[in-house]
Design a protein around this ligand. Structure first.
Ligand SMILES: NC(=O)C[C@H](N)C(=O)O
Length: 561
């Protein structure tokens, strides 16, 4: 019997291995069984009197009473064999999920004791394997074994038990160094320090100090009345490919061969990669075969965007943006989504762009900015319709360029038409000097470009960087848009034409025939020289890019699009 007023919470602690329980054997650390014996000797992990009085089972210990009068009792389920986490695979993570499922009703929450080396993969995988989670699952471990004098294991394990015993956080979390993180947002960043993990794109779910500060706002909401669902059909044929400058197309091609079904491609900066045509063909062949490729940045922090031509080249061949996901989360998501046999390839690709378990930050602007659909935009629209004083005309005039640019960027023709109905001027530029036509051309949105042109958009306006809409289309290699703009009288500006030589030489050097064709269709002179006086043809010959050499010798024959 519990003392009066005492709340008893039962937890299951699944011990899979890792440094936390390791011992030094012949000079190296190896996993060691019987973690419970070590914990039994540590008073903060074992209220001996309570255990005796309540005759707890041999595999179960009780923490001393918390300040809130809570009694946390935990049972240890120890794996045999135990693992250094470098040996963990999807199979072991599914086993953990199944153990949670088997014990789901008996326990208030779950702690998974795991090695740190692959813990970010484990917590990411488990977040997808465990569907409809309504209870707390916390992964933890240590950099130094728990039985040593100076260690981080005691604090990490105790903190995890206290968090899981006191709060319902219906997510797979990772607790380390007083921070509770969302499991699919973390990555291991230090091999020696106690603060081994960070969550670069999402603040911690909770921080433990004198007080426990829980960030309720960002927590996932439990899907009530739905039963826990273990997705054990995870696709194993997924991998991670890290790009580096000069990576060969042959290597990429070899990596993308069957049985591989999905790949997380780690790219530079905001999602960029080499634009040489060989490499792009290797990627395109793979996506056309049905391979699913997700683009994640190698940067620790930030997101994949569509700011650069080098990034647009990648998105044009069917590669999915991983937004601000970690590679670990993207790999886990791929494994989960590709394992969903109920979905078509198209549905799987669609699902990958969605935020499923809090693993990515939804892009509000991209998600819903349609004047007809978004609540915010609707409010503005109604406001503008209903009020027609001079002041409101001014408000309308200052808002519409920004809204029109956002709509054009997404190719949202419906929204553009709504803005026209409002009387907005589609040639007006936003605060960066870009017009909707720049944005539509940059995104390769043929319908939006057509709509803007038919409503009198200025085809040769220059943005704040003195770039024309035509240059935007060239950088994105959007040949249809280039044709449309040229038909409407678009021309590259004199400075753009002047600077083209160096860019053309760069494309010739990297064998980028498509890039050269885009410039040619936009009216650039393919024979002009770069900064060092060489022509693109000379550069291509020096680089041995025969395909480009042939094209440059007779551009109007070889440039079929
Ligand atoms: N700190 C650790 O737990 C590292 C260990 N190699 C593991 O991942 O199992």
């Amino acid at each position: 019997m519990a003392r009066s007023g005492e709340h008893v919470r039962r937890l299951l602690a699944i011990y899979t291995g890792g440094t936390i329980g390791m011992r030094n054997r012949e000079g190296v650390l190896v996993p060691e069984s019987n973690l419970l014996t070590t914990l039994r000797k540590l008073p903060m992990f074992n209220d001996e009197e309570y255990s005796r009085e309540h005759q707890l089972q041999d595999d179960t210990l009780a923490l001393p009473l918390t300040n809130q009068n809570q009694r946390i009792i935990y049972t240890i389920l120890e794996y045999d064999p135990l693992f250094d986490s470098s040996d963990m695979t999807i199979n072991e993570w599914i086993r953990i999920a199944q153990d949670i499922e088997r014990n789901y009703e008996q326990y208030f929450g779950f702690v998974v004791i795991h090695g740190t080396d692959t813990m970010a993969f484990a917590s990411s995988m488990l977040s997808f394997i465990l569907g409809n989670l309504q209870k707390t699952v916390i992964l933890t471990g240590a950099q130094v074994p728990i039985h040593t004098l100076w260690n981080d294991g005691q604090e990490n394990l105790l903190g995890s038990l206290l968090m899981a015993g006191q709060y319902v956080i219906p997510e797979v979390c990772l607790f380390f160094q007083n921070q509770l993180y969302r499991g699919n947002r973390v990555t291991k960043v230090d091999s020696r320090r106690f603060s081994a993990f960070c969550s670069p794109n999402l603040s911690p779910l909770a921080t433990v100090g004198v007080d426990i500060i829980v960030n309720h706002k960002i927590m996932l909401k439990a899907s009530m009345n739905k039963q826990l669902m273990v997705h054990s059909n995870m696709e194993r044929n997924v991998g991670v490919l890290r790009l580096y400058p000069g990576i060969s197309a042959a290597l990429v091609r070899a990596f993308l061969q069957p049985p591989m079904k999905g790949v997380v491609m780690e790219t530079f900066g905001t999602g960029n990669g080499p634009t040489n045509s060989d490499l792009l063909s290797a990627l395109k062949e793979a996506t056309e075969r049905g391979m699913v490729i997700v683009n994640c940045t190698q940067c620790l922090q930030g997101s994949v965007t569509s700011d650069y031509a080098a990034g647009m080249a990648i998105s044009d061949i069917g590669i999915i943006s991983g937004s601000d996901m970690t590679s670990e989360a993207a790999l886990a998501k791929l494994s989960y989504v590709l394992g969903r046999e109920d979905l078509t390839l198209k549905d799987k690709k669609e699902l990958l762009t969605k935020n499923l378990r809090g693993e990515m930050t939804p892009q509000p602007e991209r998600v819903q900015l349609s004047l007809r659909n978004s609540k915010f935009a609707q409010l503005i629209t109604n406001f503008l319709y209903l009020n027609c004083s001079q002041d409101l005309d001014a408000v309308r005039d200052s808002l519409t360029p920004t809204l029109a640019c956002a709509a054009a960027r997404m190719g949202d023709v419906e929204a553009l038409e709504a803005i026209i109905e409002l009387g907005g001027d589609l040639s007006e530029s936003d605060f960066d000097g870009r017009t909707p036509l720049h944005m539509a051309a940059r995104g390769g949105h043929v319908d939006a470009v057509q709509c803007l042109l038919s409503h009198g958009a200025n085809v040769n306006s220059l943005d704040g960087d003195r770039s024309s809409p035509l240059l935007m289309a060239v950088k994105g290699r959007h040949k249809d848009v280039i044709f449309l703009l040229r038909d409407a009288g678009a021309q590259l500006s004199p400075p753009e034409l002047q600077d083209a030589g160096t860019e053309l030489c760069r494309l010739a050097a990297s064998g980028d025939r498509d890039g050269l064709i885009a410039w040619q269709r936009a009216g650039a002179d393919l024979f002009q020289t770069g900064y060092d006086g060489q022509t693109p043809l000379q550069v291509a010959e020096d680089a041995g890019n025969q395909e480009v050499v042939n094209f440059l010798k007779s551009p109007w024959d070889g440039g079929q699009v």
